[in-house]
Ligand binder design. Sequence first.
Ligand code: PEP
Ligand code: MN
Length: 266
Amino acid sequence: MSALDKLLDCNATVTIGTTPFGKGHFNIIAGPCAIETPIQMQHCGRILRENHLTVMRGGLFKPRSSPDAFQGLGAAGIDLIREIKAEYGVSFVTEALSEQSLDTILPVADAIQIGTRNAQNYELLKAVGSCGKPVILKRGYAMTYAEWLSSAAYVASTGCRDIILCERGMRTVTEVTRYSLDVGAIAYGKQHLSIPVIADPSHPAGKRNLVLPLAYSSIAAGADGLLVEITDMPEACLCDGEQGLPHTDLATLTQKAPALHALIQS
Ligand code: PEP
Ligand code: MN
């Protein structure tokens, strides 16, 4: 069987912890951009609980454009994930930057995120494909749809059957947003593949007041879920504070999104 055939044969519903995505199941993954402090994590845990969300996100290893920027807590933050999972009963999605960081996060991660900058790191894609956990594969910000599929095929080639594609915006001439969310690719993916396709409206928005419109557009295009960054303390964030949704907006999103998804799918 070719790698592409393996991809086409992957699961239509992917479950992270106990939370399903795809084939009619819509869910929202929310959390900070980077895991920073116990207080921040507790605050996010409470927000997820209030909104009945069961999957948290947050980076321990951060791929920053500048080497001088905060790189994440790394292995030192593993216990923060462990504690938040135990206290709030959430599953956890976090990013692997390398095979080494994959080994570090495996004991606590319920799904592994591959970020936009590593979407064509083929050795990492093969490693993550054989790690035994579901994989959320973001699209590289300058990758064609076909290249994105090839990367997903790398993950599938080593036996992984739980792959979620995540559109997170392309580099274009736009100046008013950070990236251009390719909603057409979400729609196309849903029409040509059986695996779940979700959207990250936070990174293309770049600013919190643009996140909800991009989230709703993604759902209208057929997305099976969302991956969103949240914060109530944007000035204190060491990473991506400007695009973090405040808890009030997350409440609006969690209230409206499932209904919009149901309407679009009906
Ligand atoms: C993230 O999700 O925090 C992240 C770094 O995303 P991306 O790889 O899409 O930039
Ligand atoms: Mn981020």
